[in-house]
Design a binder for this molecule. Sequence first.
Ligand SMILES: NC(=O)c1ccc[n+]([C@@H]2O[C@H](COP(=O)([O-])OP(=O)(O)OC[C@H]3O[C@@H](n4cnc5c(N)ncnc54)[C@H](O)[C@@H]3O)[C@@H](O)[C@H]2O)c1
Length: 302
Amino acid sequence: MAFKLQSRSVWRTASQLPLSWSPRVAVQTPQRVRRYATPTNGQQKRTAIVTGSARGIGKAIALRLAQDGYDICVNDIPANKSGAEEVVSEIRGLGRNAFPFMADVSKLQEVQKLVEASVNELGPLNTMVANAGIAQVKALLDLTEEDLKRMFEINVYGVFNCYSTAAKQMIKQGNGGKLLGAASIVAFKPFALLSHYSASKWAVRGMTQAFAMEMAEHKITVNAYAPGIVGTAMWDLIDEELGKKKGAKKGDTIKKYSSELIALGRTSVPEDVSKAVSFLSSPDSDYMTGQTIVIDGGIIFT
Ligand SMILES: NC(=O)c1ccc[n+]([C@@H]2O[C@H](COP(=O)([O-])OP(=O)(O)OC[C@H]3O[C@@H](n4cnc5c(N)ncnc54)[C@H](O)[C@@H]3O)[C@@H](O)[C@H]2O)c1
């Protein structure tokens, strides 16, 4: 974006100045102001899809965005349908519109149906939160081709399917929008025994940067959030599996990691993450794109 500065008078020496002179402030007036699809005045409604929001971090994001004034499409897989329905009733209890839509994010056609259903039910799509993901604890040399494929199909293809399908819809609408993806601190420094999970989150970070570059001309911003150690079902699994490998009791690994790694000294809760996602979904982050922001209580310092 080009700016024109009126700066000729700024560099005159004191002896050249007329008595009545006072410093002139050069005001930078952007020739073109970009508007993003994040109205906040309560008159124009906003809508978001949150994938994997039947529980955990996704659920906290769906509830927080509803409190922020969004109507929400709550997505998850059929196995978690009842959880999704409960989130929908909680959101309706907050006075916002919501509906559940079961779709597997690793399948492009299902994501296309998800976006279509959200637009039909709630109206134009403003924000896509590609939150769904899986983890697996396994040593690199034990990984099968199937392990690697499944991890990438859900965590990487899933985010690509959500970003690209939502972007096409937003471009059609013509008002820009926001794409958000779930990365992790392991997108900055991998955890041993979570190697293919870590690699998938590096891919989310990379894809977020690449999408940010290509979507900017459509007024679409693209950012990712990188939680640390959040006490959800995903960490129950990691704790149990890492414990088995290291001979630790259930619950001991997450306690040990939290006390030794986290500067703020406590395990994260989903709401720590949803607060940051609220910012990324609001007009306050309109000048941010291509970033992956870390919310981990101080494990990784970027
Ligand atoms: N918990 C953590 O400490 C942590 C840390 C960093 C990043 N993350 C990331 O945050 C996101 C949410 O994690 P969480 O801890 O809430 O996990 P979680 O396992 O509690 O919840 C994930 C949800 O995603 C759903 N899901 C899984 N595969 C799906 C698919 N193919 N299509 C649609 N939905 C699917 C699950 O059914 C589940 O409801 C994930 O991407 C995860 O990798 C979590």
